[in-house]
Design a binder for this molecule. Structure first.
Ligand code: AMP
Ligand code: ZN
Length: 116
């Protein structure tokens, strides 16, 4: 897949519409089109990075920014007190279906563990 074929790059470029919750120069957060929980957001770096396998030390600040944004969006969504989950699926066995790095912010129901 090239970057121009990437669905999340198209969402970031606004070629494909999405329900944008937050945006800055480095990140975008959107509602997942197929929610797995009452709150299901995707936090996506604007830079095309295929997966967590591709990150380096140059990405430390962006990755920290994702964690802070997840905490902030959880608070704003009213799910902080009861708890929530921040998930990255990496690669085939991790269940990744879109090869552009993203984190799922899931909340609003009791989560199970371990994953199937
Ligand atoms: P993953 O399986 O971890 O790669 O997660 C990809 C997620 O992207 C899935 O939860 C999909 O429902 C979601 N998704 C795919 N296409 C779109 C889209 N156009 N807008 C919003 N979410 C999407
Ligand atoms: Zn991309």
């Amino acid at each position: 897949m090239t970057v121009s074929d990437c669905i999340f790059c198209k969402i970031i470029a606004k070629v494909i519409s999405s329900d944008i919750i937050y945006e800055d120069d480095r990140l975008i957060a959107i509602k997942d089109i197929n929610p797995a929980a009452p709150l299901h957001l995707l936090i996506i770096p604007k830079q095309h990075i295929a997966s967590l396998n591709e990150i380096g030390t140059e990405d430390i600040e962006m990755l920290g920014h994702i964690q802070l944004l997840a905490s902030r969006l959880a608070a704003e969504s009213g799910i902080s007190a009861r708890g929530y989950r921040l998930v990255n699926n990496c690669g085939e066995w991790g269940g990744q279906s879109v090869p552009h790095l993203h984190y799922h912010l899931l909340g609003g129901k009791q989560m199970g563990w371990p994953p199937k």
